[in-house]
Each structure stands twice: as C-alpha cells, then as structure tokens.
Design a protein around this ligand. Structure first.
Ligand code: ACO
Ligand code: PYR
Length: 532
C-alpha cells in the first residue's frame, strides 16, 4: 500500500464522455459520478462546459456544496472569442462563475484551425491564448491548457504549434496538455513529438489527451507517459466524441500494475471493474464483455487447451490475476471444450465427478453432439448443470409429462388469446390443469406452474425475465430449427436454460422444463421423485 502518485489522472467522462453518441447524464448523475471518482482518488474531474448549457451550469452550482476529498473539480471552456477583450468574453466569465479550483481551456495549435476555422490571423490566436490564461491565473485559478490538435499542428507547422504552447506556458498555465484531437496519431510518432516538447519546455508539466479514431488512444496515452507526460486525460469506458476518448481503466491498470507508475491507491485499482459497470449503468449503455481488464470476458476461458492450462497455473493464459482489478476468472463449456472445462464447471457447481476421466469425457462428447444440433451451453448455465447431473446420475426427475395442448385463437379485432392444458405425473399422482396466457408460451408456462405448485410451492418464486428466440439455419435439406434461451430468477439467483427444436413451442417447453428443474435441484427439494 502506498500513497505515491507518479501520474495524475484527469477524468473527463462528464465533459468529453458526454460528447459520445447516446451518452447523456443529468446534473444529479454527474454529481454522483464525480463523488464516486473522488472517493477512488482521481486527481481531477472535469465536470462540463458551464458556458454550453444550463445543465452543466447547474452541475457546477451543485458542485459548490460538495466537499471533494481528493479531486479538484475543473470547468472546461475555450480561449476567449476573437477580437474582444477577455473580460467581455461570456465563455470566460462562465468559467469563473463555476467557482472551481481549476479551469481547463482549449486553444488552437494547428494553423489550419486558426486560418480556416476561426478565420483570424495567427497572431490573434496567440493573443487569445495568452490573455485567456493570464486572466484566469489573475483570478486565482489553476489553469490546465489543452493544446487542441497539437500533434496534427506539429506535423503541419511545427514552429507555430510550439509557439502556441510556449505562449500558454509563459502566460502561466499550470499544465500543457498535448491533444490528439482527431485521434489519428501513431504511437511512435507521438513518442518523438512528446519527447521533443519535453526538451522544448523542460519545466512545464505535460499532460496527454487522446482520441481513439485509430484504436490507439490507450497505447498513445501510455507512450506519452513513457515520454514524459505526468497527467493523463481520459474517460471511464472510453466514452467520448466519435470513436471515443482514451479509456482510463486500462491506462491506470497498465501504468500501475505493469509499469510501476502509481496513479491511484491500491484499493481503488481493485474497484476498477465495479467502476466500469457503475458508469455503464448510469449511462444506460450495456457493458462491453470484451473490455480489457474489467469486461465479463476479460478472464473467461473457453478453449479446452486454455482451461486445462489455467487449472495448473492461471498465468498460462492470464496476463494478470483478475482480482487485482476486481474481476474474476470464468470458464465456459461448449463444443470447444475438453474434459478440463467440465471438471472446472462441475467443481464450481459442487458436483463430484469422481477421479476417473471417463465421466467428463462422456459429458464433453454429449455436449459436442448437442451443440452440433443447435444447443449453446455457454449461454445456458442452468441447462448445463442439469445435463451434468443427469449424466452423473445425480438428477431425479421431479415430474413426468403425459401431454400438453396449446391453442391460440384470434378473432377479427380482438387480441389473440392462448390457452394451454397439461397433464403431468408427480410420484404416483396425476395432475391435469389449464391456464390462459398472452401468448402460447406464456399459457404453457402458467399451466405447468399451476400443475406443479401444489407439489413444489417454491416454484411460485420463479419469474421469467428474458425470452430470446433465434432461428438456426437447416443443413442439407433439414428444416430450420429454433433455439430458445430463457433467463429465470428467484429471490437469490438468475439462471439461463435452453431448448432447441424445429417447433418454437417445443423448444420453449424444453427451456421451461429445464428452468423449473434447475430451480428444484438448486433448492434440493426433490422429495417427490418419480417411482418413489
Ligand atoms: C476538441 C473538443 O472537444 S472542444 C469541446 C467541444 N465541445 C462542444 O462543442 C460542446 C459544447 N458546445 C456548445 O455548447 C456550443 O458549441 C457553444 C456554446 C460552445 C458555442 O455555441 P455557438 O456560439 O452557437 O457556436 P458554434 O457551436 O456554432 O461554433 C463554435 C464557435 O466557437 C469558436 N471556437 C472554436 N474553438 C475556439 C477556441 N479555441 N477559442 C475561441 N473560439 C473558438 C468557433 O470558431 C465558433 O465560432 P463562431 O460562432 O464565431 O463561428
Ligand atoms: C480538448 C479536447 O477535447 C480535444 O482536443 O480533443
């Protein structure tokens, strides 16, 4: 455990993150995110552009009453507008009104942006940079200067790009942040440029702000630190304009765990997975399984060769221990499995396979055949657990189906009505019931539960939470099949089951039965075994 900090982490999820498509946080959500980042020890939190919209202004109003423990809140804006006095620039005044300890302003480094976008002389841009920074410093702010398009500007007109940051530094900027705004710079180019700037302004603390258009934002940010940057700007989950900003999570994890450059307290590194999910949740953007370090698949092993190896030594196929970032190891079972996957899964499910390989080999062969028929066990842990228990003889049928009938009736302008009747046998007792539903599968589900609930009251705790149907192509003249995946839950768990058939009702029936059987197995209430 150490409180050492080698690299300052500057989070712009609340500003650049919200420039990403479909990302929109309310002022209150921004407050909650800022507090979470503060608790984890982030050094700077850019809350928004107060001159942009009332919501961002409201966030900064709320921010005035929050005692941040670790982070400095920063308000974002541009250099003053051309050809006006800095004190008359509304944008600059809103930055002061935000009352944050730090202010970040972006200015133009690329001559093309000065001549073609701002359409002003190059000297006026230098004056805008100088006057804006000097004014904010005179008003007591820490000033972080974002040199927009620095790398593109450097490549086109190196002399002018360097002149802009020299102006910013001389005006009193506390950090000079080199921005790869269009996100197209390659790491080896970036390294050379950062190293040059490091020698050009030897005393200036340098930062880096990179976009991900070449899928290189994380690599570029890390390269910049190696070349001398001590502040990294980015967002959680890489949200941001176009292809996004640099994802701070892999940046922090790589810097701290691989390069011994300390960013956050140890304990916060273990919260990175949780943080990623939290931000996805608030943003209402589904988490990405393949996200490095923190995604659900980041330490998930499917291939039999991999699973066999990690059982002996996890380092064989894991670059770090998942617990270091709060993630976990998982193993999937599919037609790419070997017996090791089955042994791992059985252990996880508390099933004893004995010491012989024969049983796991039998299970793996059965799974390979069923996957060829359309099953997909890596998406149906409930059905997988039942299958293993059936093969090992641990499973006892809680009921037997005699028959079911489902009808779906539709008349003219009325909504369609579905009815199902079902006859099952539990022990020596027959049960015949009927139920209605808003569709045939719902009617069948209702009838099955109605028939079973007097034998197994716990079934009333089970709810279906998701129902997915996928059509699978028929091969060599065979009819197309459907695969039904059901997600069910009770008061404690969520589980997935699967059914495959050429008939959607039949496929749904198999998935429904697995769901109920899984629940009964799980609760170990199989008292009424057939034949007992
Ligand atoms: C690289 C970055 O990500 S920078 C951040 C980008 N983020 C955003 O743009 C989100 C917030 N933006 C907004 O809410 C609006 O664009 C505002 C309020 C800032 C400005 O709105 P408007 O006044 O209607 O101008 P508009 O958005 O059409 O154009 C941007 C203006 O800023 C000017 N501008 C751009 N960069 C700078 C700069 N560094 N310094 C001064 N002015 C600048 C442009 O020249 C343009 O001026 P013009 O209106 O005289 O043509
Ligand atoms: C400042 C900023 O967001 C950029 O240059 O991309």
């Amino acid at each position: 455990m150490t409180d050492r900090t080698d690299v300052l982490i500057y989070d712009t999820t609340l500003r650049d993150g919200t420039q990403g498509e479909k990302i929109n946080f309310s002022a209150e959500e921004k407050v909650r995110i800022a507090q979470r980042l503060d608790e984890m020890g982030f050094h700077y939190i850019e809350g928004g552009w107060p001159g942009s919209n009332p919501k961002d202004m409201r966030f900064f109003e709320l921010g005035k009453h929050i005692p941040f423990k670790n982070a400095r809140l920063t308000a974002f804006g541009s250099t003053r507008r051309p050809n006006i006095k800095v004190e008359n620039c509304a944008n600059i005044q809103t930055l002061l009104a935000a009352e944050t300890p730090a202010v970040t302003i972006f200015g133009k480094s690329w001559d093309l942006h000065v001549t073609d976008i701002l359409t002003i002389p190059l000297e006026e841009n230098l004056a805008m940079i100088h006057e804006s920074i000097a004014y904010l410093k005179a008003n007591g702010k820490e000033v972080i200067y974002d040199a927009e398009h620095f790398f593109d500007g450097y490549k086109k007109n190196r002399f002018y790009a360097l002149q802009t940051i020299e102006t910013a530094w001389k005006a009193g900027a506390d950090f000079i942040v080199l921005c790869d705004t269009n996100g197209g710079t390659i790491p080896h180019e970036l390294t050379v440029i950062v190293e040059y700037v490091r020698s050009f302004l030897p005393d200036a603390p340098l930062g880096i702000h990179v976009h991900n258009d070449g899928d290189l934002a994380v690599a570029n940010s890390i390269a910049a630190v190696s070349a001398g940057a001590t502040m990294v700007q980015g967002t959680i989950n890489g949200y941001g304009e176009r292809c996004g900003n640099a994802d701070l999570i892999p940046i922090i994890a790589n810097l701290q765990l691989k390069m011994n450059r300390w960013c956050l307290p140890d304990n916060s590194i273990r919260q990175l997975t949780n943080l990623s999910y939290y931000i996805s949740d608030v943003a209402n953007i589904p988490p990405q399984n393949s996200r490095p370090f923190v995604g659900r698949s980041a330490f998930t092993h499917k291939g039999g060769v991999h699973v066999s190896a990690i059982l002996k030594n996890p380092a064989a196929y894991e670059h770090i221990r998942p617990e270091l970032v709060g993630n976990e190891q998982r193993v999937l079972v599919s037609d790419l499995s070997g017996k090791s996957n089955i042994e791992y899964k059985a252990r996880e499910l508390g099933i004893d396979l004995g010491t012989e390989d024969a049983i796991s080999t039998l299970i793996v062969q059965k799974i390979k055949i069923m996957e060829d028929e359309g099953y997909q066990f890596d998406a149906a842990d409930g059905s997988l657990s039942l299958l293993i228990k059936k093969i090992t003889g641990e499973f006892k049928e809680p009921f037997v189906l005699e028959c079911f009938h489902v009808i779906n009736a539709k008349t003219k302008n009325n909504p369609s009505l579905s009815q199902a009747t079902i006859k099952i046998v539990v022990g020596n007792e027959e049960e015949l019931t009927a139920a209605e539903g808003n569709g045939p599968v719902n009617a069948l589900d209702n009838a099955l539960r109605k028939a079973l609930v007097k034998f197994y009251p716990q079934i009333s705790e089970v709810h279906l939470v998701d129902f997915k149907v996928r059509t699978l192509e028929g091969a060599d003249g065979t009819a197309a099949k459907v695969r039904v995946l059901l997600d069910s839950k009770d008061n404690e768990d969520v589980w997935s089951t699967i059914g495959v058939s050429t008939n959607v009702i039949e496929a749904s029936w198999h998935a429904l039965v697995d769901s109920i059987q899984y629940k009964l197995c799980k609760d170990k209430i199989n008292k009424h075994h057939v034949g007992e």
